[in-house]
Every structure is written in C-alpha cells, then in structure tokens.
Ligand binder design. Sequence first.
Ligand code: SF4
Length: 77
Amino acid sequence: MTEAENGWSAVIDHDRCIGSGLCVTYAAGTFEQNEDARAVLRTPSTDSLDEIRAAVEACPTGAIALTVHERNGSDET
Ligand code: SF4
C-alpha cells in the first residue's frame, strides 16, 4: 500500500497490480514501476488531477484507489 497527499490520496493494491505500466503511460509524474514491475507512487506528484484520473481509469485491474479530498471536508472517490 502506498499513499500520497496532494489534495488527493491514492492507494495501489499490489495484489491486483499486474505490472501493465498503463498508469505510468498516463501519469508518469505520479506513478513508476518498482523492480517487480508493480506500480508505486512518486512523491511529490507532478501530474494534474485529470491525468491521475485517466491513469486510474486505464488500470486494467482496478488496482488504484483514488480519493479526492474536497475543500468542504467531504471526500469523493
Ligand atoms: S495500470 Fe494498474 S496494473 Fe498496470 S502497473 Fe498501474 S497499477 Fe499496476
């Protein structure tokens, strides 16, 4: 499990990650692959939230859980 805070947080489920690298393709400023090809978060992220959302949606196994922290205190997933 990995997490970063930047108005959002993301957790990567390494049991579901198959190392496709699609998240890196869509948001290379946020995701990279470790020596086992599993995705890990880069901190600080240099991608826009739209790029991160695209990466999350591209993941073939739904391994990335993204939570956006709204300013009013409620969270959107
Ligand atoms: S897109 Fe999903 S399965 Fe592919 S490397 Fe990223 S987290 Fe893993």
